[in-house]
Ligand binder design. Structure first.
Ligand SMILES: NC(=O)c1ccc[n+]([C@@H]2O[C@H](COP(=O)([O-])OP(=O)(O)OC[C@H]3O[C@@H](n4cnc5c(N)ncnc54)[C@H](OP(=O)(O)O)[C@@H]3O)[C@@H](O)[C@H]2O)c1
Length: 323
């Protein structure tokens, strides 16, 4: 089979596409023929040794996949050849096939395409855990979403609206703002053209109750200075590349909280809560309350380009690789 290989730490240009032996399922595993693999910002970081998980070299990046079961190992009873599944694999997704623990796979509802399934669990799972679970956003509250047209950002916009809250979307271009509006945002702030604090004052009255922050850098402190009383600032990630240091006195002045979010560990430590989140969102999807956007698909050979586009801030919604 063909697979993307990271042989040395570095940018997407150092990735190779190699031919490897077809995987064989071990005990408790299935082999999945990958139809689509979701691309996430952590894929950009992991190949540069900048992510909290650092696999041994060489490895294949790609943290989530969807496809068809083609082989079954010993002791696997609840999957059959031909089943459509999605799985979180951490690494190994940018390939034609993967051998993976059956426990990590979920059967796909018939209506869900492989592309949507491959781009759904990580981004929407992160935003559900953050918004619903960690911040406990209420229908009468206002949430500000930074980087609102990106993968986790657009998911947060949709989840905020599904909860019934008011959502203010902040992004770097008018096109990204328009996309967030098309996915439900009530107001937008283009933080390239407008000072972020002025935009928050204009659109959030007494300040947002919840701030969803996957961007970091200079935006975090500016947003936190504008947060409302008893506000919750969700620390999701640092796509900007720099980790801000926020003065602690700001928490005291607003009775506000800085709330860390680590979805991967949440899903591992609290699998029942994670599954409840996925079930709630599949229900919202059926009702048309959330509509995950797959904005572009790339071939396996184009996987390095997909990561270049993501690092260059050119991606909206989710992108997937279709081997
Ligand atoms: N905590 C967790 O459990 C968890 C889980 C998943 C992802 N994450 C983190 O969440 C962040 C977003 O992930 P994602 O997959 O949604 O990525 P994404 O689709 O690329 O979205 C990131 C957004 O950040 C903004 N951004 C600002 N400066 C940027 C820069 N220098 N380079 C790239 N983007 C920049 C962009 O929006 P504008 O152009 O509008 O500013 C972009 O849309 C990453 O830091 C990721 O590591 C955390």
């Amino acid at each position: 089979m063909r697979a993307v290989i990271c042989e040395q730490w570095g940018g997407p240009e150092s990735l190779k596409i190699n031919v490897l032996a077809d995987p064989v399922p071990g005990p408790g595993q299935v082999v999945v023929k990958i139809a689509a693999a979701g691309v996430n910002f952590p894929d950009v970081l992991i190949i540069q040794k900048k992510y909290q998980i650092q696999p041994e070299l060489p490895f294949t990046p790609g943290a989530e996949i969807a496809g068809t079961v083609t082989a079954i190992g010993e002791n696997v009873t609840h999957f059959a050849i031909g089943d459509r599944v999605a799985a979180l694999c951490s690494v190994g997704g940018f390939a034609e096939q993967i051998a993976i623990d059956a426990a990590k796979c979920m059967k796909l509802p018939g209506a869900l395409s492989f592309e949507v399934a491959a781009g759904f669990v990580l981004a929407y799972g992160t935003s559900w855990h953050a918004v619903r679970d960690r911040a406990a956003l209420k229908p009468h509250e206002t949430m500000l979403v930074l980087g609102a047209a990106g993968g986790v950002g657009l998911a947060a916009v949709e989840i905020g609206k599904a909860i019934g809250a008011r959502v203010v979307a902040a992004a770097s271009t008018d096109e990204k703002c328009a996309l967030a509006r098309a996915h439900g945002a009530d107001e937008t702030i283009n933080y390239t053209n407008e000072d972020l604090r002025a935009g928050i004052k204009r659109s959030c009255g007494g300040g947002p109750d919840v701030i969803y922050d996957p961007v970091g850098g200079k935006y975090s402190e500016a947003a936190f200075r504008s947060i409302g009383w008893r506000g919750r600032h969700l620390v999701i990630g640092f796509a900007d590349g720099s980790i801000p240091a926020i003065p602690l006195n700001l928490t005291l002045l607003k009775g506000a909280s800085l709330v860390g979010v680590f979805w991967g560990d949440f899903a591992r430590r609290e699998p029942a809560a994670h599954e409840a989140g996925i079930a709630e969102m599949l229900g919202w999807m059926k009702q048309g309350k959330i509509k995950p956007l797959i904005s572009k698909t790339y071939s396996l050979d184009e996987a390095p380009q997909a990561l270049v586009d993501m690092a260059a801030r050119r991606v909206t919604g989710k992108i997937v690789i279709t081997p």
